[in-house]
Design a protein around this ligand. Structure first.
Ligand code: FAD
Ligand code: NAI
Length: 470
C-alpha cells in the first residue's frame, strides 16, 4: 500500500487548494513545500504583499499629494514610515500563510517540509526520505525569468521579490518590462516618491491585452508621471557605488541612418527586472517519472490535468495558460476532483485578469484583435467612465468599459475594463460569460444606482447602439 493516495508538490494557490480539496474528498493527502511558509509565490512574494503595498502606497499618495483637498480633506505634515508599511504588509502575509497551516491541520493534510524530487512515477524523495503515492500532482509554480547581462543582486538590481522589500524609496527606478509586475510595483514606488521609467521591448505596454486598453492605459500612466519607453531593449547593466547604468537601444536594433547609433545609457538607483516568469521544474527529476516538458519548459496536461504519465497531474503556473493565482486554484480543485474519481471543470475561456494599478485594468475573454484574427464577426459596445455617475461623483473618471459580442448570436465574448473598480466589476462579466449571456442579457439586468457597475450595463446597451447616458 502506498503512503498516501495523493502527494501534491508545491503549496502555492494551486497546490494547497488541491491538497485541501483532495482531503475533503477523503483522499489521504500530503503536500510538499520547501519554503518556510505555505502559500507559494502568491501569498509570500506575489499577490498578497504586492496588494498590501499597492493599498498602502495609494493611501500615502492620497494623503500626501493634496488630491483630497478638493473633497475638503486636508492633511498637514504627512510623512512616510516605510518600515511600518513593510511591517503591516508582513502581518497580512503572516496571517494568510498561517491560515493555510491551520487549514492543513483542520483537513488533515500532511505538510512534508523540503524539496521534492521524483524517485519514480509514484514516489518522491523529500529531505532524504522516500514517500509513495497512488497519484502525484506537480504544482511547483514559476520563478522570475532572468535577463542576460542584467544580474539581480536584490540591492540595486532587483526582481519582484526584492522590489517588495526595498528599504528606502529609490530616487530613480527603471522597470524593465511594461507588464503586470512592472506597472504594479512601478506604481507602488512612484506613489512613494520615486521617478519611474518603464522600458518595454514591444511597441505597447501590457502585451496580450486589448489594443485600446493598452493605448489608453499608457496615456493614463504617463499622466501619473511614469516615463514609458516602448520599443526599447536593455542590452546590459553595470553597478557601481549603489547605482546602475543600463545600456538601452531600440528594440529593432540601433539606427544606422544620419549618424545615430541609437545606443543610450540610463542611470538608476534601482532597476526592477520584470520580463516574465518561467515554470519551476529544475531539481524535480522529472526524467525519473517520465514526464516531458514542452518547448517553453511547461508541463502539458490533458482535460483531466493528467500529464503524459498516468497518475501524474500538473496544475498552475508550471502548465500552459495565464500565470494567475485563481487559474491555479481552480485547476487545483478540478484536478483534485479528478484524482478522487469525480469530474472537475475549469473553463479556460473565462479566466479574468486584473492589473491592480489605479485605475485598475481588467479583462475576461477575447480581445477585438483576437476576434478579428479568428475571423469572428463581432459587435463592440463602449462606455466611458466619464459618463458614469458614481465615477463622476467620486472624481475617478479615467477609463472605459468595452463589451465584445458575437455579431450573430450576441453572446458576450470578451469584456475589457479600465476603471478604479475594474477588478471588482470584471467578476460580473465573468459570471455572465460563464452562463453564456448575451449583451442584451446584461443590458436588461437591473444594476444598482449609482455604481461603477452600471458602466458595464451601458457598454452592453452600446452593443445594440442604445446606451442612455452617452
Ligand atoms: P506558486 O505560487 O509559485 O507555488 C509553487 C510552490 O511550490 C512554491 O511555494 C515553491 O516553493 C514550491 N516548490 C517548487 N518546487 C518545489 C519542489 N521541488 N519541492 C517542494 N516545493 C516546491 N496572480 C494573481 O492572480 N493575482 C495577483 O494579484 C498576482 N500578483 C502577483 C504579484 C507578483 C509580484 C508575482 C510574482 C506574481 C503574482 N501573481 C498574481 C501570480 C501568482 O502568484 C501565480 O500565478 C501563482 O502563485 C501560481 O500558483 P502556483 O500554485 O502554480 O505556484
Ligand atoms: P509579463 O509577461 O506580464 O510582462 C513582461 C513584459 O516584459 C512584457 O511586456 C514583455 O514584452 C516585456 N519584456 C520581455 N523581455 C523584455 C526585455 N528584454 N526588455 C524589455 N521588456 C521586455 O510578466 P511580469 O510582469 O514579469 O509578470 C509575470 C507573471 O506574473 C505574469 O504572467 C502575470 O500573469 C503574473 N502576475 C499577475 C499579476 C496580477 O494578476 N495582477 C500581478 C503580477 C504578476
Amino acid at each position: 500500500m502506498a503512503d498516501f493516495d495523493l502527494i501534491v508538490i508545491g503549496a502555492g494557490p494551486g497546490g494547497y487548494v488541491a491538497a485541501i480539496r483532495a482531503a475533503q474528498l477523503g483522499l489521504k493527502t500530503a503536500c510538499v513545500e520547501s519554503r518556510e511558509m505555505l502559500g507559494g509565490t502568491c501569498l509570500n512574494v506575489g499577490c498578497i504583499p504586492s496588494k498590501a503595498l499597492l493599498h498602502a502606497s495609494e493611501l500615502y499618495e492620497e494623503a500626501h499629494s493634496g488630491v483630497l483637498a478638493k473633497f475638503g480633506v486636508n492633511f498637514k505634515g504627512v510623512s512616510l514610515d516605510l518600515d511600518q508599511m513593510h511591517a503591516e504588509k508582513a502581518k497580512a502575509v503572516g496571517e494568510l500563510t498561517g491560515g493555510i497551516e491551520f487549514l492543513f491541520k483542520k483537513n488533515k493534510v500532511e505538510w512534508l517540509k523540503g524539496q521534492a524530487a521524483f524517485a519514480s512515477a509514484n514516489s518522491v524523495v523529500v529531505a532524504g526520505k522516500t514517500y509513495t503515492a497512488d497519484k502525484i500532482m506537480i504544482a511547483t509554480g514559476s520563478s522570475v525569468t532572468p535577463l542576460p547581462g542584467v544580474d539581480v543582486d536584490q540591492k540595486v538590481i532587483v526582481d519582484s521579490t526584492g522590489a517588495l522589500a526595498l528599504p528606502k524609496v529609490p530616487k530613480h527606478m527603471v522597470v524593465i518590462g511594461g507588464g503586470v509586475i512592472g506597472l504594479e510595483l512601478g506604481s507602488v514606488w512612484r506613489r512613494l516618491g520615486a521617478e519611474v521609467t518603464v522600458v518595454e521591448y514591444l511597441d505597447q505596454i501590457l502585451p496580450g491585452m486589448d489594443a485600446e486598453v493598452r493605448k489608453e492605459s499608457a496615456k493614463i500612466f504617463k499622466k501619473q508621471g511614469f516615463a514609458i519607453r516602448t520599443g526599447t531593449k536593455v542590452t546590459g547593466a553595470t553597478v557601481k557605488g549603489g547605482k546602475a547604468t543600463l545600456t538601452v537601444e531600440p528594440a529593432a536594433g540601433p539606427s544606422t541612418g544620419s549618424g545615430q547609433t541609437g545606443f543610450e545609457d540610463i542611470e538608476a538607483d534601482c532597476v526592477l527586472v520584470s520580463i516574465g516568469r518561467r515554470p519551476n521544474t529544475d531539481g524535480l527529476a522529472l526524467d525519473k517519472a517520465g514526464v516531458a516538458l514542452n518547448a517553453r519548459g511547461q508541463i502539458e496536461v490533458g482535460h483531466d490535468f493528467q500529464t503524459s504519465v498516468p497518475g501524474i497531474y500538473a496544475i498552475g503556473d508550471v502548465t500552459p495558460g495565464p500565470m494567475l493565482a485563481h487559474k491555479a486554484e481552480d485547476e487545483g480543485i478540478a484536478a483534485a476532483e479528478f484524482c478522487a474519481g469525480l469530474t472537475g471543470i475549469v473553463n479556460h475561456d473565462v479566466i479574468p485578469g486584473v492589473v491592480y494599478t489605479m485605475p485598475e485594468i481588467a479583462d475576461v475573454g477575447i480581445t477585438e484583435e483576437e476576434a478579428k484574427a479568428k475571423g469572428i464577426d463581432i459587435k463592440v459596445g463602449k462606455f466611458p467612465m466619464m459618463a458614469n455617475s458614481r465615477a463622476k461623483t467620486n472624481r475617478d473618471t479615467d477609463g472605459f468599459v468595452k463589451v465584445i459580442a458575437d455579431a450573430k448570436t450576441d453572446r458576450v465574448l470578451g469584456v475589457h475594463i479600465i476603471a478604479s473598480l475594474a477588478g471588482t466589476m470584471i467578476a460580473e462579466a465573468a459570471l455572465a460569460m460563464e452562463f453564456g449571456a448575451t449583451s442584451e442579457d446584461i443590458a436588461y439586468t437591473c444594476h444598482a444606482h449609482p455604481t461603477h457597475a452600471e458602466a458595464l450595463k451601458e457598454a452592453a446597451m452600446a452593443v445594440q447602439g442604445k446606451p442612455i447616458h452617452m
